[in-house]
Write a protein that binds this ligand. Structure first.
Ligand SMILES: [Zn+2]
Length: 134
């Protein structure tokens, strides 16, 4: 009687190596499933934030075109500072530029008419307001 009680109390506490390996294996499987989904969601959100920044630049261009005496777009982003406050930054580290189409440029497979605005990010590509947003 005493012997069995003492044997139970002598048992070592803690996990066996097999139990630890099973836990590590389960964590590895969960990470293999969750990590690509997480990284994809982060990438999607960065793309959408960048697209919103490009729309903001396009809106500032429209305001600039309306208020300038020549009523033309500008390709110099610093001209937009009175309307933008500050030039947006791409969450993926890209930089923005603005171009005016001569009728031969395309944005996402659609030809941008001459005089149309094209906002570009070095990471996320181009955005032509009025064409890509339809
Ligand atoms: Zn970008």
């Amino acid at each position: 009687m005493f012997r069995t009680i003492r044997m139970k109390s002598d048992r070592r506490k803690g996990f066996t190596l097999i139990e630890l390996l099973v836990v590590i294996l389960i964590l590895a499987i969960l990470m293999a499933v969750a990590l690509p989904l997480y990284l994809g969601a982060v990438s999607d959100s960065q793309t959408k934030t960048c697209r919103a920044n490009m729309q903001t630049i396009a809106n500032a261009e429209a305001a600039y075109k309306t208020s300038s005496t020549a009523h033309t777009y500008t390709t110099n982003l610093s001209d937009l500072l009175p309307n933008l406050g500050s030039i947006p930054t791409c969450p993926s580290g890209g930089s923005y530029s603005v171009a005016i189409s001569d009728g031969s440029q395309t944005s996402n497979g659609v030809t941008v008419p001459a005089g149309g605005l094209i906002v570009s990010c070095t990471v996320h590509g181009t955005f032509a307001p009025g064409i890509d947003s339809q």
